[in-house]
Write a protein that binds this ligand. Structure first.
Ligand code: NAD
Ligand code: MG
Length: 383
């Protein structure tokens, strides 16, 4: 039996992970399950999986959580510190599936236990960058990428040396507005942005896919996970999302990982690593898919990948600021406060106008994240 904690258990990645665990119930002991505020949903999952502890990030939801857990004997806790304490419990595998920089401190708490972390929470790695990878080395932790592209690259790298890599190519679906004109994109609504053609995901990452900031964040994520150098990383648009990414070696061989657009495939790969487990996903039917196509990204209509590349090239504080400004902008867009094209514009403004010193500790990353959020909020108010 292996023990597992899932940070962000009530989200899309959390649900896919629990779906796989449910099918192998006898092989897993569930330790901690966490959520932001949805106490009842969390309690239901904690009861079903007989978790040791359930944690809500919002302290105001502790009463509801306690009530919903009733006399189950499952521990209830709330607040940011409780989240980190739960993430520090010794387990064989921690799934980091909180959305946004909110997942950074608990993910770092898991890293500091020297455990194995299945990382979906890309924003944490984008913000903390070298601070996180240094902690992984210092505490002897293992990061297993869950993001489908990075999981694909991880698989394509097995048995090979990073020094033999010529190119890592991240594939991008292009999102729901891939074929839209700049004028149409400017009028895009939140409902249109969250309707992704290939993947069923949380609201924030769906908007990121529509702006292509998701691929920008993934570019930075890949830079930290697979340090081949920024000049060996590139993005290609591949609308069918069948090839999840590729690695080209210096002898001219390109390895790719293919699969259905179902996050249970990369999650299963991380859960069973270094072995394999069954997943309930439909097998890939290439004859039905027929054709795979590829396009260069259009950074005029989708400037976010350029912003991310510039931020990671600049280094220092820029990636954390990019991420924080993007989180504020996406929330404002989803709330109907700003138009779609303002998301990338706000990120660019924050990057251009905020003083930057490279963070060297978790506390400095969190302070920088907060500073960039405040700056972005101020800019939202002034225009
Ligand atoms: P989601 O919105 O569906 O779920 C987010 C989870 O985090 C929920 O359990 C929520 O309660 C929790 N949460 C939200 N805000 C929180 C806060 N402030 N403090 C503590 N917990 C909080 O998101 P998702 O789509 O499952 O994505 C999770 C992460 O995985 C993101 O970083 C995303 O980029 C990444 N990811 C998702 C997919 C996908 O298919 N959904 C694919 C690749 C990567
Ligand atoms: Mg991805």
């Amino acid at each position: 039996m292996r023990s597992i904690s899932i940070l962000g258990a009530t989200g899309s990645i959390g649900a896919s992970t629990l779906d796989l665990i449910r099918r192998e119930r006898d092989k897993w002991r569930v330790v901690a399950l966490t959520a932001n505020s949805s106490a009842e949903k969390l309690a239901e999952l904690a009861r079903e999986f007989d978790a040791e502890v359930a944690v809500v990030s919002q302290e105001s939801n502790l009463g509801d959580l306690r009530a919903a857990l009733g006399d189950s004997g499952i521990e209830a806790a709330a607040g940011k510190q409780a989240l980190c304490d739960a993430a520090s419990r010794n387990v064989d595998l921690t799934v980091a599936a909180i959305v946004g920089c909110a997942g950074l401190a608990p993910t770092m708490a898991a890293i500091q236990q020297g455990g194995t972390i299945a990382l979906a929470n890309k924003e944490a790695l984008v913000s903390a960058g070298d601070v996180m990878t240094a902690a992984v080395r210092q505490y002897g932790a293992t990061l297993l990428p869950v993001d489908s592209e990075h999981n694909a690259i991880f698989q394509c790298l097995q048995g090979n040396r990073l020094s033999d890599v010529r190119w890592i190519t991240l594939t991008a679906s292009g999102g729901p507005f891939r074929t839209w004109s700049a004028e149409q994109i400017a009028l895009a609504t939140p409902a249109q942005a969250v309707a992704h053609p290939n993947w069923d995901m949380g609201a924030k990452i769906s908007v990121d896919s529509a702006t292509m900031m998701n691929k920008g964040l993934e570019f930075i994520e890949a830079h930290h996970l697979f340090p081949v150098g920024l000049n060996h990383l590139r993005i290609i648009v591949h609308p069918q999302s069948v090839i999840h990414s590729m690695v080209e070696y210096r002898d001219g061989s390109t390895l790719a990982q293919l699969g259905p657009s179902d996050m249970r495939v990369p999650i299963a790969s991380a859960l069973a690593w270094p072995h394999r487990m069954d997943s309930p996903c439909n097998p890939l039917d290439l004859a039905a898919i027929g054709e795979l196509s590829f396009f260069a990204p259009d950074e005029m209509r989708f400037p976010a990948t350029r912003l991310a590349r510039e931020a990671v090239n600049a280094g220092g504080a820029a990636p954390a600021m990019l991420n924080a400004a993007n989180e504020v902008a996406v929330a404002a867009f989803l709330a109907g406060q700003i138009g779609f094209t303002r998301i990338a514009a706000l990120v660019e403004d924050v990057l251009n106008q905020t003083a930057r010193t490279a963070p060297t500790t978790l506390e400095e990353v969190l302070a920088l994240d907060m500073e960039a959020r405040v700056r972005a909020e101020q800019m939202l108010e002034t225009v």
